[in-house]
Design a protein around this ligand. Structure first.
Ligand code: ADP
Ligand code: MG
Length: 265
């Protein structure tokens, strides 16, 4: 397989002038935008910005989980009017159910969506293999490391074969070694499946390490101030810091944040 070739199984995401205002009247709070997004099928795009700038809000608007105050979103050319089902979401906190084993957490998707059990189980098994989770099937979340719990969350987000994956700071709570490992495994999985990924992070290393394109956001209310294409071969190495090309991209993003007066993100 040519890893650079787009397999075309992902959805396109287009957003025009989307804005979010939480609350009304004197309590109204302008949390985001307006922003535009143009994400191609199968593209891996990161959104990076300071805490509170509206990254999670963007995720909620694009997935239809929160109403858009102004502007509109189209998924695969169709206007977004309700929460989409063709999606997998991974949050910073794994949000696995403690009373279900790893495999039962993943199979929750089959139960909720009433999909074929045998088919879904074989997809779950394949994902457990790809995510280095073999042997963890019958363990409960509290018996797994943080990295493994996030891997189970990724399996759960992908088991129903959605056309897009949205990840909201998924590795934020993990230690450095687990982050590097899971980043690599996510990249390999993405190369194999080519789902469209919107990856939210405040880690420059993660954004450059994973993305085709990085969208840099300003402070609240967040707007997209710069877009950087990451032209580095894949799969990308674990120790990106050793590569001068990586350092150039990272510096570029730091410089943008410096100009915006953002040092903490
Ligand atoms: N449901 C809500 N009601 C009111 N304000 C909110 C709500 N959700 C988020 N906010 C505010 O909107 C801003 C953006 O939040 P969020 O999208 O979570 O930022 P980020 O993910 O970039 O840290 C923050 O100031 C936050 O407090
Ligand atoms: Mg957030």
């Amino acid at each position: 397989m040519d890893p650079q070739k787009n397999q075309g199984t992902g959805a396109s995401i287009v957003a025009r002038d989307i804005t979010k205002i939480y609350g009304t009247g004197p309590d109204a709070f302008h949390a985001l935008g307006p922003i535009d997004l143009d994400i191609k099928p199968g593209e891996f795009v990161s959104l990076i910005g300071p805490s509170g700038c509206g990254k999670s809000t963007t995720m909620l608007l694009v997935s239809g989980l929160e109403p858009i105050s102004q502007g509109h979103v189209e998924i695969d050319g169709k206007p977004l009017t309700k929460p989409i089902s063709e999606i997998g979401i991974v949050f910073q906190d794994h949000l696995l159910l403690d009373f279900r084993t790893a495999i039962q957490n993943v199979m929750l998707q089959q139960e909720i969506r009433k999909l074929d059990k045998a088919d879904m189980r074989s997809r779950a098994d394949a994902l457990f293999e790809q995510l280095d989770l073999v042997g963890a099937e019958d363990k409960y979340p509290w018996q797994l490391s943080g990295g493994m719990r996030q891997r189970v969350s990724i399996a759960r987000a992908l088991v129903h074969d959605p056309s897009m994956l949205i990840m909201d700071e998924p590795f934020g709570a993990l230690d450095a070694i687990s982050r590097t490992q899971i980043r690599h495994d996510l990249e390999m999985l993405w190369l194999a499946k080519r789902k469209t990924v919107l990856f939210i992070t405040h880690s420059i290393e993660e954004a450059v390490g994973l993305s085709d394109r990085v969208l840099v956001m300003s402070k609240s209310p967040g707007r997209i101030v710069e877009e950087i294409s990451i032209d580095l071969p894949r799969p990308r190495p674990a120790h990106l810091g050793e590569y001068p090309e990586f350092a150039v991209y990272a510096k570029k993003i730091y410089t943008i944040f410096e100009k915006l007066g953002v040092y903490n993100f």
